[in-house]
Design a protein around this ligand. Structure first.
Ligand SMILES: CC(C)(COP(=O)(O)OP(=O)(O)OC[C@H]1O[C@@H](n2cnc3c(N)ncnc32)[C@H](O)[C@@H]1OP(=O)(O)O)[C@@H](O)C(=O)NCCC(=O)NCCS
Length: 278
């Protein structure tokens, strides 16, 4: 018999076992698991138990009082294709309603056909498309400082990147709305203006990869790129990642600035899906 229930501290080792071979051992869940188990204010971690053994998990994360985020859907290898991810998705939607959210979102990679199929069958629709780029940071001094805060916030909301990202701010594989995170400007989010170059970075990006949340100002793209080297190196990051909204000019420019795309130029590979809970 299958039961989906809230995860407990005793499930920790089982969850780590399930995640061990996900994405060739590069799953992020083991890094955040202790926080997920401890921090019940910011999310609900669910596990699926089949015949008394935990075989899958997923989390509903709180972005704001109305906005939820689904992540960490995992089913143990050898137990897939039995509908466990469906059961977990259904339970996440129930949990999200109980948490008071009006909508939930999640991100999927284009090759994750099972997840995309499940989301579609639960009524999720694509809200925004992005292309993933990354590069190794070059050790450098910070090239220059940024400008004043008020204008920058105004510019963020007027930027082409913001419009194409549908008001979502890429923070690695999470995509909160600007409204949910704007209080973090000047804290977790650093906004930098270099003439027309506009950049938002997540200064608390987990691990060794610095996340670019927004980038605009084509004529100053090289300056922004150089700033990333200086800031990233000084903050101890070795890599930088940018999720570029589909149709943005950066998709054409980043390869010439030393960035690598996972797929062919111009093709979106990360999808943000949304479902209303009203
Ligand atoms: C993605 C994952 C959670 C799916 O778990 P699962 O228990 O096998 O999923 P389910 O059995 O509930 O459902 C799988 C669905 O995908 C469908 N599916 C399988 N292969 C498919 C394919 N090639 N194309 C389209 N749909 C496919 C199945 O038919 C089924 O749908 P159905 O119920 O309508 O028939 C699991 O593969 C996993 O843990 N992967 C690694 C981590 C990961 O990628 N997580 C998702 C991050 S967004």
């Amino acid at each position: 018999m299958n039961v989906v229930r809230a995860a407990q501290a005793k499930d920790r080792e089982r969850i780590l076992g399930i995640c061990r071979d996900v994405w060739d051992g590069h799953d992020y869940v083991p890094r955040v698991l202790d926080d997920w188990l401890a921090n019940k204010e910011m999310g609900t971690l669910l596990v699926l138990e089949a015949d008394g053994v935990v075989r899958g998990l997923c989390r509903v994360t709180r972005f704001s009082s109305t906005e939820g985020w689904l992540e960490g859907l995992r089913v143990e290898t050898g137990y897939r294709g039995r509908g466990y991810a469906r059961d977990l998705t259904e339970a996440s939607l129930d949990a999200a309603r109980k948490m008071g959210f009006m909508s939930v979102r999640c991100s999927t990679y284009r090759e994750n056909v099972e997840s995309r199929h499940i989301l579609e069958s639960f009524g999720f629709a694509t809200a925004a498309r992005f292309q993933l780029f990354e590069r190794v940071l070059r050790p450098a001094e910070i090239s220059e400082e940024g400008l004043c805060l008020g204008d920058q916030v105004f510019w963020v909301q007027g930027s082409c990147f913001f419009r194409l990202a549908r008001g979502l701010l890429p923070m690695g594989w999470q995509f909160p709305s600007w409204d949910a995170v704007r209080r973090e400007v000047g804290h977790r989010l650093r906004v930098v203006c270099l003439d027309s170059g506009l950049l938002v970075v997540d200064t608390c990006s987990p691990g060794t990869t610095l996340n670019v949340c927004l980038w605009d100002g084509r004529s100053d793209a090289e300056r922004v790129n150089a700033w990333l080297d200086g800031f990233g190196a000084s903050a101890g990051y070795s890599h930088v990642l940018a999720m570029v909204p589909q149709g943005h000019w950066l998709q054409l420019v980043l390869p010439d600035l030393g960035w690598t795309a996972w797929n062919e130029p111009g093709a979106p590979d990360v999808f943000v899906s949304r479902r209303s809970l009203e």
